[in-house]
Every structure is written in C-alpha cells, then in structure tokens.
Write a protein that binds this ligand. Structure first.
Ligand SMILES: [Mn+2]
Length: 274
C-alpha cells in the first residue's frame, strides 16, 4: 500500500503545500465509502507522471508534503468538525496552502470556517452535481447534503459560486438565487465576478459524469467529462487560490479504479496552480 501522494516531500516544514486526508463518511445520504477516498487517490497517484501534460510543468517545481489521513471519530459529526477546523487553522497559521481530500463533502464546512478566520473576503467556488443547500437533511444540520448552506451561514451567500449543479429541490433552487453565482454549466461563468479576489475551490467529484467517475456516493447523470472539467478548471490558474478540497471519492463503488485515477490526476494539476 502507498501512504503518500506521488513523490511528495518528506520535509513538512519547508513545504508550501500540504495534502491532508479526512476519511469521514458518516452522513452520506445514499451509499457510504468515501472514507477510503484519500488512500485510493494516493495509490493511483503513483501511476501518474510528475510532469503535467496540460500545464507543461513538473510538480517537483512545487514543495508539497502529504501529512496522511487525520483520524476522525466516525458517527460524531460535531467532534469531527472540530478536529478538521483545528487542523486547518494550524496549517493556515503555518502559512500552508492546503489540499484537503475527502471523505464526504461535509468536511468543507469546518475548513471554510477556519479559512474565514485567515482570509476575510475569499470567494468559495463549488463544483458539484448537487446544490447541498438544504437547511437540514432528515433533521441533521451538518449532513453533506447541507454543506454549502452551512458555509453560507459563515461567509454569506454573496461569496459563493456554484457551478455544474444539476440536482436540487425547489427550496434549494429558491435559495440558490441569493448566491453570487449558480449554474448548471461551466462555460457561461463570468470571471469578472471574482476579479482580484482570493479563491477557495471545493470540488465534489460527482460533478463529473458517472461514466468518467462511477466511484462516488451519489452519482448523478448528465455530468462533465474529465477533459471538459480540467480545461475549465485551469482557467483559475491566474487567480490567487488559497485552498482546495477534493471530496466524495468512494473507491469501493468502482473496482476498475478509473475514479481514483481521475481524482489523482486532478490533484496533480491542483498542486501546480496553487
Ligand atoms: Mn455532490
């Protein structure tokens, strides 16, 4: 078994980028398994070149350290939120750029809470098939189905852009009208909305079509290809990206491994634009 992301540095202190796994999947509304996401992603990263065919750069031009997975108490979302929040704060205090690996999407809430203490006006860009704007899911406020609504409580609706969203309730649709941006597609995004802003990017892998990434907890038909998404994502390269998370990889639902392979390739590209 491989325990770190592709050829990552062993020097945490001098690494500008830290990769961290949060293997949490206790509020998954359909099928669980994303607790195994970070390790599967790491394993498949070793199948990649360190040189990016898209950006024509080698990730060894960056210093990136993989601190492994943080141990979390399954079943206790409040305690989990606290641990993720404290860990994120500690990394930010040490001036690290963070790539957080899920686990389910609920991990984004404590991360955003911590980021908001360090960067007061960053924009949250969310790529997802689902709006995740419910007030609660069967009475559970910190469910992964509510994560962006919870983020809005911290940073406000006008600092959130949601792209690629193709699954929501009528209430979520109404609420989405308060956001800075909300769209089912990618290409019509107006980059002027986020001009000169710091950016945090949250990527729920079910944004992609289930034919490209079948290994997610809540697959949703009608998504993007890996190629479409990566080319769009790279348009953010000129922005000041302060942090990224990649969530909802559920490798046990995809014995072929193509989901973990795609997720790993995505993280390689993210290292280069941080
Ligand atoms: Mn989703």
């Amino acid at each position: 078994m491989v325990y770190n992301f592709l050829e990552s540095s062993t020097d945490k202190k001098n690494s500008e980028i830290v990769i961290v796994g949060y293997p949490y999947d206790s509020t998954s509304s359909f099928r669980s398994g994303s607790r195994n996401g970070p390790m599967a992603l790491r394993l498949f990263s070793w199948n990649l070149e360190t040189f990016s065919n898209y950006q024509k750069e080698d990730i060894h031009t960056k210093n990136y350290f993989d601190m492994g997975d943080v141990e979390l108490p399954y079943g206790d979302i409040k305690r989990t939120n606290k641990i993720i929040y404290e860990n994120t704060k500690k990394l930010l205090k040490n001036k690290k750029k963070i790539i957080s690996l899920g686990g389910e999407h609920s991990i984004t809430y404590p991360i955003i809470k911590a980021f908001n203490q360090f960067y007061d006006d960053f924009i949250l860009i969310v790529f997802d098939a689902h709006a995740d704007l419910r007030k609660d899911y069967m009475g559970v406020k910190f469910s992964h189905a509510c994560v962006i609504r919870n983020c809005a409580e911290i940073i406000g609706t006008k600092r959130i852009c949601q792209l690629g969203i193709r699954s929501f309730t009528s209430e979520e649709y109404e609420f989405s009208k308060n956001l800075l941006y909300f769209s089912e597609d990618l290409e019509s995004f107006n980059f002027d909305l986020i001009k000169s802003k710091k950016i945090y990017i949250s990527i729920d892998l079910d944004l992609l079509d289930p034919s490209n990434i079948p290994g997610t907890g809540t697959p949703e038909a009608g998504g993007f290809t890996f190629k479409e998404f990566i080319h769009f994502l790279l348009k953010f390269k000129t922005f000041d990206i302060v942090g990224v998370d990649v969530v909802e990889l559920s490798p046990d639902h995809d014995p072929s491994g193509i989901s973990a392979a795609a997720a790993a390739k995505l993280v390689r590209e993210i290292i280069l634009f941080l």
